[in-house]
Write a protein that binds this ligand. Structure first.
Ligand code: ATP
Length: 608
């Protein structure tokens, strides 16, 4: 497949007016690609060259891209820069200069996706002196053979800003559409779906069947993606082996698994009502880490599945010494620990360990302790399907003696009073609260189900939990804030079913002056002329932005509001606490959670 065709599809996706249309276009693109091409296309749609945890980044600054455009078009970097000031998007600038190219290229060949990838890979892997010139040359070389449209996307890739507005759920929906024909041959599946059909009329029945079949297929794809965070390779398997190709994908050390997430309930009684006898664990406020041990090789992933191994050398060392298994995947919360006083430091201290420089000094000054709380894999066997109580036993056996790795503090009870006492003791010690765990639940990757329930200390008169909201727009500053160019944020929560961000609050407080200028700097780079396809909002900001950044918000309560689109609910008196750099837009609080928090809050009020 040549890159021109892919660029044409990208342009169609960019100008599609709804997610449904976008999904259809994507499905068409996927059906035209072969198994090698589809992997690359998916990485590009995700704005990367390989799954994120491999950390292969093209990353080139605007200045260098301007130089590459100048080189390919035969203009000066100054001329390109003034056009950029005018248009605000280097993709459009590249289009302009390629259209008005001064000299015809001598060696202009049709661009294949392989050639594009090969140049981008060279850029991603080159470093050291002279590498900037090489990078400029490699982009200019591609631009020399590019059409206008190709140029637009060629420069957006290294800028890390494709402006396509596509999320992983939409990619998975499109993959599912292309599998329905094959899945109709699966008699067992067809029978199973037919037995659930409600429509009576033939043509309506057919539409219902098709819809349910897609949902089933999408669920199967997502279940695999949850345990193998590489959508490109999942798609490759589907292309080459069909639906059953999914069975060949299993969990393996080195490839991150999407974390299980906790639901909320307002009280100890509610927890016991829901789970019966359960495990109650201390909720530590540190980093959630997934540790992958493959013989002597230890890889540590963050909650966002970034490879953070180099940041925590003492943990890798301890894993090699304390873990009694050759291969393992387990999870825990890491906190900075004061060995002299035997106390844990606050999150503000712990967070300082998340750094790329002076790692050694910091690991000596603030060594971490990891409280392991789950195990997913030991020596070639996935344990994800085992009940939690069984996994915990294996975990206890697997962690040997030592000071760096320990087990999360835990009790088993069916008594709400006992939970309350345990909760109060933990809160007094400065912990966040507790997490209740269903003793019989398997490990549910990537989903918020009642296998885990969190209960946090509540702040007087405020919601008992903060909301992680995605910034979808911002307002120009008024009065004193004019100087920052930003006075407030329009934020949204995530509707995971529809892959859409629905507005929930306009935030004007909680930001420091530093926050305001930082936010303006990052948000002005991802401005959109019109409302992005995946955003649903009744409020119009001065500037729309691509849903990318997440902020933690504290509010007094959740109220009904006709202005906002999160099931008609909004945050009352919202204030920003911090930018959550550890969450992607799709990991923000969901509409479903907002609805639950609204219900829980009424419950608490009525109970007063
Ligand atoms: P969420 O993870 O629910 O999206 P969040 O990142 O804001 O939201 P919390 O609301 O604080 O996290 O609750 C869940 C998190 O609690 C886990 O992701 C994990 O990092 C942390 N945690 C602390 N102690 C434990 C424990 N004993 N068991 C499981 N998770 C724990």
């Amino acid at each position: 497949m040549n890159f021109k065709k892919i660029a044409e599809y990208f342009e169609k996706i960019e100008s599609a007016s709804s997610r449904l249309i976008m999904t259809g276009i994507l499905a068409e693109l996927f059906s035209e690609a072969d198994s090698a091409e589809i992997t690359k296309i998916i990485y590009l749609l995700q704005g990367q060259l390989a799954p994120a945890h491999k950390q292969i980044e093209v990353g080139m600054g605007e200045k260098y891209i301007e130089k590459a455009i100048a080189k390919a078009g035969g203009y000066s970097a100054g001329e390109v820069h003034s056009e950029f000031k005018e248009l605000g998007d280097l993709g459009l600038v590249a289009e302009h200069f390629i259209k008005n190219k001064k000299q015809k290229s001598l060696f202009s060949a049709e661009l294949s996706i392989e050639k594009v990838f090969s140049n981008l890979m060279k850029i991603a892997t080159s470093s050291g002196s002279g590498s900037q010139d090489l990078k400029i040359k490699l982009i200019a070389e591609l631009l020399n053979s590019a059409s206008q449209l190709e140029a637009r996307y060629l420069v957006r890739i290294p800028l890390g800003n494709m402006r396509l507005g596509i999320g992983d759920p939409t990619i998975m929906d499109a993959l599912a559409i292309n599998l329905t024909k094959e899945a109709r041959q699966d008699k067992k599946l067809v029978k199973e779906i037919e037995s659930t059909l409600k429509e009576k009329k033939e043509e309506k029945r057919e539409a219902e069947f098709e819809r349910k079949l897609r949902v089933k297929l999408r669920e199967r794809i997502e279940a695999k993606y949850n345990v193998h965070s590489d959508l490109g390779s999942v798609a490759e398997k589907l292309k080459s082996k069909g639906v059953n190709g999914l069975d060949e994908i299993s969990i393996e050390p080195g490839t991150p698994i999407r974390p299980t997430l906790a639901e909320r309930l307002p009280s100890a009684e509610e927890i016991i009502k829901k789970l019966g006898k359960c495990a109650i664990e201390a909720k530590y406020d540190g980093f959630r880490l997934a540790i992958h041990k493959d013989g002597n090789k230890v890889t540590i992933f963050s909650r966002q599945q970034e490879n953070v191994t180099p940041m925590f050398p003492e943990l890798s060392e301890a894993v090699k010494k304390q873990v009694k298994a050759k291969d393992a995947i387990f999870e825990g919360e890491a906190l900075a620990f004061n060995e002299e006083t035997g106390e844990y430091y606050s999150f503000q201290i712990t967070i300082q360990r998340k750094r790329k420089y002076n790692v050694k000094e910091m690991s000596e000054q603030f060594p971490l302790k990891l409280f392991a709380f789950d195990v997913l894999y030991i020596d070639g066997k996935s344990l994800m399907g085992l009940p939690f109580k069984e996994r915990r036993k294996r975990l206890e056996k697997m962690i040997g003696k030592g000071k760096t790795l320990g087990l999360s503090d835990s009790i088993i009870t069916d008594n709400p009073k006992e939970i309350e006492t345990y909760f109060n003791e933990r809160v007094e010690k400065g912990l966040e609260g507790i997490i209740a765990k269903d003793l019989n639940a398997p490990y549910i990757a990537g989903a918020r189900k009642f296998a885990w329930i969190k209960l946090k200390r509540s702040y007087k008169g405020e919601l008992s939990d903060t909301v992680d909201a995605v910034i979808v727009g911002y307002f120009k500053g008024k009065g004193k804030r004019t100087q920052f160019g930003l006075g407030g944020l329009l934020t949204a929560v995530y509707d995971e079913k529809e892959d859409v961000f629905r507005s929930v609050a306009k935030i004007g407080t909680g930001m420091t002056e530093e926050n305001l200028s930082e936010l303006e700097k990052i948000l002005s780079k991802i401005k959109r002329e019109k409302k992005p396809q995946r955003v649903d909002s009744g409020v119009e900001p001065d500037f729309w932005v691509e849903p990318k950044y997440v902020v933690e918000v504290l509010a007094d309560e959740i109220t009904k509001s006709p202005m906002h689109k999160a099931a008609g609910l909004a945050l009352r008196f919202p204030r920003m606490i911090k930018i959550r750099t550890d969450k992607k837009a799709e990991q923000a609080t969901t509409v479903k959670e907002i609805k639950q928090m609204f219900k829980a809050q009424r419950h608490v009020k009525l109970g007063e």
